[in-house]
Write a protein that binds this ligand. Sequence first.
Ligand SMILES: [Ca+2]
Ligand SMILES: [Ca+2]
Ligand SMILES: [Ca+2]
Ligand SMILES: [Ca+2]
Length: 293
Amino acid sequence: MRVSVAVKALRHRAGSWEMQGRGRPVLALLALLAGCDVVFGLDEHDRDQDRDGVVDAVDNCPAVGNPDQGNEDNDAWGDSCDLCPPIAETVELDSDGDGVGDACDPNPTTAGDSIRLFEGFHHGIPNGWTLRGAWLAEDDGVGVVSSNHAIEALLSPLESTGDQTVSTAVTTVPGNYDYDWRVGVTDRLDATAPRADACVVGHVFNGTDVLRLEHVPARFDGSTSFGARVRTTVILERRGTQLRCTAQSAAETKQLIGTPEVLVPAPPGLFADSADPTTARYEWLMVVASPGP
Ligand SMILES: [Ca+2]
Ligand SMILES: [Ca+2]
Ligand SMILES: [Ca+2]
Ligand SMILES: [Ca+2]
């Protein structure tokens, strides 16, 4: 280790060592001839194979450049190399070996899926995203206050063209009245209409919690419990001419099936639609692409 440290010190002072005493030129020459740390065999703790400024020993993706070390689920893998970034695991299972962990893979035994996007909003709203409404970065996520059925959306720079799965985790705090609000994800929002294929949870005007495929035309299951202050994972899957809308809370999982209405390519993103001012907080957005039929 001493040799290694000495070599690094000399490297940092390249160009000035020659004048600093006997012995050092010899050491520096050794370093130059060696050309790499392996020759000394003592520099493992200082290696940075992906050159992102974080040494391997503490890099949560040692082979993927991720200087921010973003890690949504706080497990052993950073978002950039996690096979399922929003779900903490101690062992990553990927049964079909396609790089999408079973817990995030819509087709866990058929290879071909890929994580097209995972955004944890660790540094606010990324450049290149489109805002409909007043979206704000907050507490390692994003939030929006939705009202007057304006259709608020935070849209990724992607364009949806084929089969894919769009998901988020969202928690809602209603304003004065806990009714007529819907929050979730859209896999295509046609801003010119405006019209979206969206999977949402919420409360309808008569006070019933719903899981709903929005604008599809709307189909809903009024017997759910995905209401205010319930952290819910919302998942919208497009498979050819079918949409699947799934909501998962700690208490239950429900699913609806419908047909898409927006057939033009359009961006996926987060979605909110409320009559009364309602605050929704979203933790992340993930898009997994799947091979077509
Ligand atoms: Ca590194
Ligand atoms: Ca890295
Ligand atoms: Ca992780
Ligand atoms: Ca997989």
